[in-house]
Design a protein around this ligand. Structure first.
Ligand code: C2E
Ligand code: MG
Ligand code: MG
Ligand code: MG
Length: 283
C-alpha cells in the first residue's frame, strides 16, 4: 500500500520494508517483557593499564538474551529502548547491576577496579538522573570515584551549556565522567576544556587508521591534546600488538579491546580477572 504525504508525495512500501517494520514492532513488544523475564544481562569488557598492562576495570555492556533470537546487540535494541522510553528502566538496571558487581570485585580484593557505564541521551537528560545516581552510590560500598559514567561526544556537545551543568551535578556526587566515541563528535577544544570530565575514550575508528601517516598524526594530535588538558585517555578497540605499541608510546593511559578480552558474562569476567592478573604478575 502507499501512504499519502499530502500533495503528490507517496511512500511506497516495499515488502522487505514492511517485514522490517513488522520485525521491529515484534521486537519492541518482546523488549517490554525482557526485563521482567530476566533477559537483559550485563557483560563486562576488561580495561588494562597501558604501561603495566595490569587490569584497571571494565566497561558494562548490555546484552539481550532473546528466548528465540539469541543474543541481540545493544546496537539493535538500545535505539528501540531509547525511542520507546524503555531505556530508563533498562539503564537503571544496568547501573544497579554493574555497581553491585564492581562492589563484589572490590570485596574480593580487586579494589582498584573501575566500572564504566554508558548513559544514553534520554537517560542523561532525565530529570531524576542525579537522584538515581545518588541513590545507587549511597547504597553501595563502592567509592563513587570508581564509577565512570560515559556519554558520547556528540551527546555532550549537543546542548553543551545544559550538559555542563548536569555533569557538574554528577561530579559533585563523586563519580568519574568519560566522553565516549571521542573524535567523532566535532567538539570545539574551547568547550572540551570547560567540561568537568576525567577521561576521553578515543573512538575505535582512530585505532583502525594507524596504517597511514595521516591516521597516525590525527591520533597523536588527540592524545597530545588530552595530555595537555590532563585528561585520562582510553583507547577502544585495541586488537593488535602494533596498536598497543603506538598508543603506549603516545601518552595513552588505558587499553580496552579484543586483544585483552571481549565483553563477557559476569562469571566469565571474574575467571578472566583471576587468570589474567596471574599472568601479568609473572611478566
Ligand atoms: P561503546 O560504549 O563505544 O562500547 C564499545 C563497543 O566496542 C562495544 O560494542 C565493544 O564490544 C566494542 N569493542 C570493544 N573492543 C573491540 C575490539 O577490539 N574490536 C571490535 N570490533 N569491537 C570492540 P557493543 O557491546 O556491541 O556496544 C555497542 C554500543 O552500544 C556501545 O558502544 C554503547 O554505545 C551501546 N551500549 C552498550 N551497552 C549499553 C548500555 O548499557 N547503555 C547504553 N545506553 N548504551 C549501551
Ligand atoms: Mg562506552
Ligand atoms: Mg565507544
Ligand atoms: Mg595522560
Amino acid at each position: 500500500k502507499a501512504k499519502s504525504l499530502g500533495g503528490n508525495q507517496f511512500i511506497f512500501y516495499r515488502p522487505e520494508m514492511n517485514e522490517n517494520a513488522q520485525d521491529m514492532l515484534s521486537l519492541e513488544n518482546d523488549l517490554r517483557r525482557a526485563l521482567t523475564n530476566n533477559e537483559i544481562e550485563v557483560f563486562y569488557q576488561p580495561q588494562v593499564n597501558a604501561q603495566t598492562l595490569v587490569s584497571t576495570g571494565a566497561e558494562a555492556l548490555v546484552r539481550w538474551r532473546h528466548p528465540t533470537r539469541g543474543i541481540i546487540s545493544p546496537v539493535v535494541f538500545i535505539p528501540l529502548a531509547e525511542s520507546t522510553g524503555m531505556i530508563i528502566e533498562i539503564g537503571q538496571y544496568v547501573l544497579e547491576t554493574a555497581v553491585k558487581d564492581a562492589e563484589q570485585w572490590h570485596a574480593l580484593g580487586y579494589n582498584q577496579m573501575h566500572i564504566g557505564i554508558n548513559l544514553s541521551s534520554r537517560q542523561f537528560t532525565q530529570s531524576n538522573l542525579m537522584e538515581l545516581v545518588q541513590n545507587v552510590t549511597s547504597r553501595s560500598k563502592l567509592p563513587p570515584k570508581f564509577i565512570d559514567l560515559e556519554i558520547t561526544e556528540s551527546l555532550a556537545m549537543s546542548n553543551a551549556e545544559t550538559n555542563i551543568n548536569i555533569l557538574k551535578g554528577l561530579k559533585a556526587i563523586g563519580v568519574s565522567l568519560s566522553i565516549d566515541d571521542f573524535g567523532t563528535g566535532y567538539s570545539s577544544l574551547a568547550y572540551l576544556h570547560s567540561f568537568p570530565i576525567d577521561t576521553i575514550k578515543i573512538d575505535r575508528s582512530f585505532v583502525l587508521n594507524l596504517d597511514t601517516k595521516e591516521g597516525r598524526a590525527i591520533a597523536q594530535t588527540i592524545l597530545a591534546m588530552a595530555d595537555s588538558l590532563k585528561l585520562e585517555v582510553v583507547a577502544e578497540g585495541i586488537e593488535l600488538e602494533a596498536q598497543v605499541d603506538f598508543f603506549k608510546g603516545n601518552h595513552c593511559d588505558i587499553f580496552q579491546g579484543y586483544k585483552f578480552g571481549k565483553p563477557m558474562p559476569k562469571n566469565e569476567f571474574l575467571e578472566w580477572l583471576k587468570e589474567y592478573n596471574k599472568s601479568v604478575k609473572l611478566n
